[in-house]
Design a protein around this ligand. Structure first.
Ligand SMILES: [Cu+2]
Length: 206
C-alpha cells in the first residue's frame, strides 16, 4: 500500500543507515590517521610534539609512542563496533499468509533482513516495528491494516512491494528490544489486510 507514513519511514531508514555509515567511516578515518601519523602524537594534539620531556625524571621519554598505542586501541574498538560480532543476517519468508524468520533473534547492531516472497500469488511487503505489544495487538485502521504511525509502535524500516519469487534486503541498525515484523498490504480487491490474515511475527534483539 502507498501511504504518507511509508515515505516518512523510508526517509527515517535512510537517515539511520547514513548515521551508521558516517560513524563507521569516521572510525576508519581515525584508524588510518593514527596508524599513519608521523609523529603519532600529532593525532591526539594537533601541533604537539612527537616526543615530550619527562621533567621529573629528567629523561627523554617517547610518550607519543604510548599515546599512539592508546589511540590505535580506541580506533580499533570503534572499528570493531562497526563490523564486529553484532547484527547478522536473517532470512525472512513471506507467503499467503505467514511470515517466518530464520533465526528469530539477532544481536544488537546492523541486521540484514533478506526477505523472500514465496507467494504463491500475492505481492507482499516487510515491515519492522519496535514494540512491546504482542503480534496481534498492533493499532489498526478500519480495514484492519496496521497504522504505522500508531501508538505503542515505532517503525524501524521496511521493504515495499516484493514481487512473487523475489528476494530483497534491508539493513537496519537495531537496538536490543522486542520487535514485531509484519506484511501490511491491504488488498482492495480481496478486501483483506495481510496483517489480519496472519502475516505477523515476533522478533527479539538482545
Ligand atoms: Cu502480504
Amino acid at each position: 500500500m502507498t501511504t504518507q507514513s511509508e515515505s516518512i519511514a523510508i526517509t527515517r531508514t535512510e537517515r539511520l543507515q547514513q548515521r551508521v555509515r558516517a560513524t563507521c567511516a569516521g572510525a576508519r578515518v581515525l584508524y588510518s590517521r593514527v596508524a599513519a601519523s608521523q609523529p603519532p602524537y600529532a593525532v591526539l594534539a594537533p601541533g604537539g610534539r612527537g616526543e615530550v620531556m619527562d621533567a621529573r625524571r629528567g629523561g627523554q621519554q617517547h610518550v607519543g609512542r604510548y599515546l599512539r598505542i592508546a589511540a590505535i586501541s580506541v580506533a580499533l574498538a570503534a572499528l570493531a563496533a562497526c563490523s564486529g560480532d553484532g547484527g547478522g543476517t536473517v532470512n525472512v519468508t513471506l507467503q499467503e499468509f505467514s511470515i517466518a524468520t530464520d533465526p528469530a533473534t539477532a544481536d544488537a547492531g546492523e541486521v540484514v533482513f533478506e526477505a523472500t516472497n514465496d507467494g504463491p500469488n500475492d505481492v507482499h511487503e516487510f515491515v519492522v516495528f519496535r514494540t512491546d505489544l504482542g503480534p496481534t495487538e498492533l493499532p489498526t485502521d478500519e480495514n484492519g491494516a496496521v497504522v504505522e504511525t500508531g501508538e505503542g509502535i515505532e517503525l524501524i524500516g521496511e521493504i515495499e512491494d516484493i514481487p512473487v519469487g523475489e528476494t530483497q534486503s534491508v539493513t537496519l541498525d537495531m537496538e536490543a528490544g522486542n520487535y514485531v515484523l509484519i506484511c501490511n498490504i491491504w488488498d482492495e480487491d480481496e478486501q483483506e489486510a495481510h496483517y489480519q490474515e496472519g502475516m505477523r511475527t515476533t522478533f527479539t534483539v538482545s
